[in-house]
Design a protein around this ligand. Sequence first.
Ligand SMILES: C[S@@+](CC[C@H](N)C(=O)[O-])C[C@H]1O[C@@H](n2cnc3c(N)ncnc32)[C@H](O)[C@@H]1O
Length: 237
Amino acid sequence: MDYTYLDCLALFGVGGAHPGGLQLTRNLLSSEKIDETTSVLDVGCGTGQTSSYIAEQYKCKVTALDCNKLMLDKAKQRFSSLHLPIEVKQGSSEDLPFDEASFDMILSESVISFTDVSLTIPEMKRVLKPKGVLLAIEMVLEKSISEEESEKISNFYGFSQLRTESEWYNYFQKAGFKQISAKKSNLPFDKNDVQNAPDFSLSEKIDDEFYDIFAEHEHLTKVYKDALGFRVFRCCE
Ligand SMILES: C[S@@+](CC[C@H](N)C(=O)[O-])C[C@H]1O[C@@H](n2cnc3c(N)ncnc32)[C@H](O)[C@@H]1O
């Protein structure tokens, strides 16, 4: 059976599976206006590390959505062990199960690339309130690589393609966002920073094949460290 990179993240139950991890998330949110009245949607929440952080830190209304049942089961375990009143929904970012103008903020941490971008971004715009903010962390192509290499990376991760910063910008603009910024993060990585480290919620049985997938991810990250970067996109009206 051919497993995907996302199957692998779900089985290992990786929390904070986005560039910059929880440290970047905390940093981003600290510049936003969030209080108990704010409604936040975490699209592609994975095992819910970020959703939990937001609910604990800001005491606001958090909804966590993912299409993967195993991820959501692990997220639910996390929320219930922390007694957090987070609403959990299974669904796709390409057809969000919410009314228009439902949320003040949408967070999407390393998710859109895995989806049909031309459906996901307009859906996010639709369910955001008019003054709402979308924060998206996404992989970007920093310099050109051969088509073969690009295809190899996209196939491994399950992306339709790799995109440059300006290609991402165009998608957000086309969906109707008018104020769009793209920032590089240069937060220093501290391997002793336990508070912000990724966490794991391992499934009982993990085949060797999954360790190979992780190894390939590490390999690609190393080989393409100059070609693959990421940006934090902040989009609003
Ligand atoms: C790289 S993980 C990131 C998870 C989480 N945001 C984090 O930072 O830990 C990508 C997540 O997006 C979810 N995902 C992929 N395609 C999706 C879709 N169309 N709709 C909703 N979630 C999706 C996957 O199931 C996975 O949990």
